[in-house]
Design a protein around this ligand. Sequence first.
Ligand code: 5RP
Length: 225
Amino acid sequence: MNDKQLVAIEAAKLATNGMLIGLGTGSTANYFIEALAERQAKEGLNIQTVASSTISAIKAQNCGLALVTISQIKQLDLYVDGADEITPKLSLLKGRGQDLVMEKLLATAAKQFVVVADKSKLVSRIGEKFVIPIEVMPNAWQMVKQQLEKHGASGDIRLNAGQDNVAISAQGNYVLDMTFSASLNDKALNDLLNSIPGIVEHGVFYGLARQVLIADKGQIEVMSL
Ligand code: 5RP
């Protein structure tokens, strides 16, 4: 069993009967979906789920989990998702998979948001290893890019996998992948990105995570605030 699977199985132990559980997106979240399905099959765990992406909804459906749509719910009991970067103060970078809006909605609406990752995701600052994904209104992408460049950012519009067109997010928007100065801390970055018109959502999850489960070589460490 690899570390991502180990930590996902640990998170699935948090599920109890009657819960509405949010399903993240990515390889670690996929292991979580499988672990929930296994508990449902073996223990008769009675839960409903809501997916942060179409790909996770398909995975959940194939695993036999009951799904509700985001439009049917006001809050959820538990949301479990992976992350691309995690700082010591539990700021996160997410959204490689272009489902920023759904992921942040579910993380915000959850009574408990638990992040699951292996040790490779630990960083000292947001943006250390990855560009910051910024979902923008299609008509506004050049204006937003210009605003970001005024704040010292560099980067460009994301292209699709074939590199022959722009990438489209699940919400029908474009994505800018930008790099910022290392002197901009997580809060300043979050405030800046929240302040620019035309930005629909961005991958900086500031002040949202309270609990992170990290697996390293078969051991699980809990980071919490
Ligand atoms: C997708 C995400 C993922 O949670 C993040 O990319 C981590 O993925 P993985 O579990 O495959 O390492 O934010 O938008």
